[in-house]
Design a protein around this ligand. Sequence first.
Ligand code: GLN
Length: 544
Amino acid sequence: MTKFIFVTGGVVSSLGKGLTSASIGMLLERRGLCVRMQKLDPYINVDPGTMSPYQHGEVYVLDDGSETDLDLGHYERFTNSPLTRDSNYTTGQIYQAVINKERRGEFLGKTVQVIPHVTDEIKSVIRKLAADDVDVVITEIGGTVGDIESLPFLEAIRQLALDLGKENCLYIHLTLVPYLKAAGELKTKPTQHSVGQLRQIGIQPDVLICRTDRELPLAERQKIALFCNVPVEAVIEERDKDFSIYEVPLSLMNNRLDELIIRKLRLEGVGPLQLDDWKELLHVLRNPEHEISVAVVGKYAEHRDAYKSIYEALDHAGIAHRAQVRVQRIQSEQVEHQGAERLLAGFDGVLVPGGFGERGIEGKVQAIRFAREREIPFLGICLGMQCAVIEFARHVAGLAGAHSTEFDKDTPHPVICLLDEQKQITDKGGTMRLGAQPCVLQPGTRAWEAYGQALIHERHRHRYEFNNAYRQQLAEHGLVISGTSPDGRLVEIVELAKHPWFVAVQFHPEFKSKPTAAHPLFRDFIGAAIQRRRAPGELAASEA
Ligand code: GLN
C-alpha cells in the first residue's frame, strides 16, 4: 500500500522545504521506489497564476496547464514524479470545492464546518495520489507551523495517521537551528517551540531536519532529541549549501535520511542508492572548463525567484557543456536609462524572459536589437519572443511603430495581438494559452538542430500571439519561422538565419530542463555563447 510522508516547516519561512521535499523524493526514487509529490499551499488565492512575481516568485506551469507554486519546479527537476493539477492545492481551491458541494446539497443539510468538511476535502486530495504502483506520496505543507492558515492542513494530516495507521505515515519537520554570535552558540529553543506547537495540535514529528549554517554537534542533536521527543538518529543536519542546491540530496544521504525513512515506513523492495549521475554533475559544476556570462534582461530582475526555472535551466546548460554560466540579472528599464551598449557589451549571451505589463518593454527591445546587431547569441522566451518580433518589424522590416496590442492598442503594425484580433481567425477567444502544446519544426533550422526531431511539446502561458497578417512580410526580410502549431496557424518559434544563434520561442522551455538533461534550446544557446567567447577576435573585443 502507498505510504505517506508529510513535510512541515517551523520557526521561519524560506527554509527550503520545497528543495528538501524534492531531495527526499529523489533519494527514495533513487532507491527504486515510485514516488508522487504534492504541495498544499495555505493561501486563499485559487492558484498563484494571479499573484505578482514579487510576492510569490515564478508561476510554474505543468503539462496539463495548471499554474502552480515554484516548488513544483524543484520536484520536476529532482524527481520523475509526474505532476498534474492534483500536485498543488491551495486553501482557495479546497474551500471552492467544499462550497460547490454545499451548493449542490451534498452535505444533506448539515452545518458545513472546517472539521470535518474542510479537513475531509484536504484528506481526499492527499489520498488521490495513492495508487497500486505508488510506494510513497510526499506532501509538503506550505507556510510555517503556527500560521492560522495552515491549521486545517495540519489537522487533516494529523487525522490521516488515524485513518491510515501511524505505521503508514511519517511526519518530517524542517526547522531552523540558528547560531547566535553574541552567545557563540547554536540555539535549539526555536526548534523546541516549533515542535511544541506541532505536538499541541496532536502531531509528534518523527524526523527533524535542522537547517543550520554550521555543523550540528552531537550534543545539540541529543538536546533536540530529548526536548522534542525523537530518537537522536532522527535529528538530521541540513547545513546551508553555498555552492549549489544540487548538494542537498547528497547531504541528506550522508546523514542517512533515506535509510531512516525506509526503516520507519517499513518500505519494501528498495535497492541501493543510485546517485552516480548526480555526483558527476556536481563534479562538473565544481570543475568547469569554460566560463561565460549571460545577461538576463527582464522586468523582475531584482527578484531572485521571479525567473527561477530560467536560472536553473542556464545552469543545466552549463553542466552539459562543462561550463560555468555567470548570470547577470539586468532590469530592462535600466537598459532604457543607460543604453544597451553600456549594460550589455561584453556578455556572451542575452536572454529576454517572459512577462506581463508594459514597464521595461522598450528596454527589452533595445537589448534584443543589440544582441541581433552585435551577433550575440540570443534566446527569447514568451514575451521575449514577442519583443524580438517587434524589434525585427521595427528595425529590419521598416514597420515603424510596430508593437503588441497588449501595450499599444492603436499601433499601426500590431505584429503581436490577441487571436480574435486577427481577422482570419475568429473562432477562438483571447484567453490564456496554457500547458503543453505540440509544435512542428522546420528542418534545417536552429530549433530543429537543437531538438533533433520534428515534433515537440512545450508549455505555454500567454494570451498574445504572433500576428499572421505580418508573417510573409517579416519572412521576406529574413525572419525564419522555424516552429508552428501542427495546423500551421500559430507561430511558436522565430529565428534568424544570418546570426550565430538567435532563437525566440512563444513557449517556456525552462520548465522542461533538468540538471541531468539540459533543455536542447538552453544547451545550444550556451553552446553558441561558448563559441563566441572562444572566437579570439570577439573575445578581445569583449575584454577591451
Ligand atoms: N504578456 C504576454 C502574453 O500574454 C507574454 C506572456 C509571457 O511572457 N508569459 O502573451
